[in-house]
Write a protein that binds this ligand. Structure first.
Ligand SMILES: Cc1ncc(COP(=O)(O)O)c(C=O)c1O
Length: 376
């Protein structure tokens, strides 16, 4: 076909209306390798040596064939049981995804129809809204309450009873406010609205222990779905692997809308090794919790306006413009995340918590940047 021919289309075909108007999820993800990365709540020291070892032993054969997933769901169940899961789960209740992001996308794809309602909180993790938007759903985001960003339980409960809600997303602890919600409260919400799929994003649960999982009976709560990832605590963010845990029916439905091999062999190999080395993850979590106490003390004694609760992150409101401070920290080798576009917390910076040494480094640089600005 001659590209100059008159029959050649001038414009590319139109996408779906919702996609054309979609504000893409944007995150400053490039060029971060040589920094102290306190901007994405990742593991700041890397995965278990057993993960690296397993990856190095991947054979050519394993690369040239499609990935195999057998045994991975069992390995997750064993791992969860070692961590206190009392419920007896079967493999059909575990979905494996290319990161929890892919699980979130699949949930919306499977459950969110045009005009349906997504109920969630604000500010919260930024990927729920674009997923709802691309399905043409209505989004109702209820603000966290008060100075300490409490979970708006009563309003959520009221909304669930007033209007049919297809999906309720609860991030527990919430990213970025760290707000914690007791698992019993989540059961109450799910019981109050059996037709709503209540998705509990437990990405940072390791730092609080507030999980709905331990005693859950999914036959009593088929409308609860739990998300867990190996991205953060286990340090596999670059490999992309996450899990959805729920009733077999829900897991089956959300898995139908993904490709058959969306999770690659490297991620599977790394996941086996990470799940077998829970002591490594536990020790990293313990280091972060110690560092969290250390930085909390500094923030309190220095009078820095902050919000620190669950999770491996906290918010600070610097005395000077957050973009100036973020830029100055970057110049000195430290990345933090600006929260300028988030409701209620505009002007804050989200800082991930790493080891105590990393927090000392952050504090030294942050204090010098604020002091320098003061002297100007
Ligand atoms: C609350 C929350 N959910 C989900 C994700 C995505 O996790 P994953 O890296 O497994 O896709 C993130 C990542 O930052 C997150 O903060």
């Amino acid at each position: 076909m001659n590209p100059d021919s008159k029959t050649f289309a001038k414009n590319a075909p139109s996408p779906r209306h919702e996609v054309e108007n979609l504000e893409p999820y944007k995150a400053p993800l490039e060029g971060r390798r040589n920094f102290l990365r306190l901007d994405f709540n990742e593991n700041t020291i890397g995965p278990s040596p057993r993960v690296l070892d397993a990856l190095q032993r991947i054979s050519a054969n394993q690369i040239s064939i499609y990935p195999e997933y057998s045994g991975l769901r069992e390995a997750l169940i064993t791992n969860l049981t070692q961590q206190g899961l009392e419920a007896s789960l079967v493999v059909e209740q575990i979905g494996i995804f290319n990161g929890v992001d892919a699980a979130i996308h699949a949930i919306f794809h499977a459950y969110g129809d045009r005009g349906d309602q997504l109920l969630t909180t604000t500010p919260t993790f930024g990927y729920y809204a674009p997923c709802a938007f691309m399905q043409g759903m209505q989004i109702l985001s209820i603000p966290y309450e008060g100075e300490n960003f409490q979970f708006p339980f009563d309003l959520i409960l009221k909304t669930l009873s007033a209007k049919r809600t297809q999906l309720l997303f609860i991030c527990n602890p919430n990213n970025p406010t760290g707000t914690r919600l007791a698992p019993e409260k989540i059961y109450d919400l799910a019981a109050s609205s059996p037709d709503t799929l209540v998705v509990v994003d437990e990405l940072y649960e390791a730092f609080t222990g507030d999980s709905v999982l331990p005693g859950i009976d999914f036959s009593a709560f088929p409308n609860i779905l739990v998300l867990r990832s190996l991205a953060k605590t286990a340090g596999l963010a670059g490999l992309r692997i996450g899990f959805a845990i729920g009733s077999a029916k829900v897991v089956d439905l959300i898995t139908r809308v993904t490709g058959p091999y969306d999770v690659n062999s490297f991620a599977v190999t790394a996941a086996f090794a990470a799940l077998e080395d829970q002591p490594y993850i536990d020790s990293y979590v313990a280091d972060v919790l110690e560092a969290r106490d250390w930085i909390k003390e500094k923030l309190l004694t220095s009078g820095v306006n902050h919000q620190l609760d669950g999770g491996n992150y906290f918010l600070i409101w610097p005395n000077y413009s957050s973009s100036y401070i973020a830029h100055a920290l970057r110049e000195k080798g430290i990345l933090v995340r600006e929260m300028s576009s988030q409701s209620l917390i505009a002007g804050s910076l989200r800082v991930s918590i790493g080891t105590i040494e990393q927090m000392k480094e952050f504090w030294k640089v942050y204090s010098s940047v604020e002091d320098f600005k003061k002297s100007m």
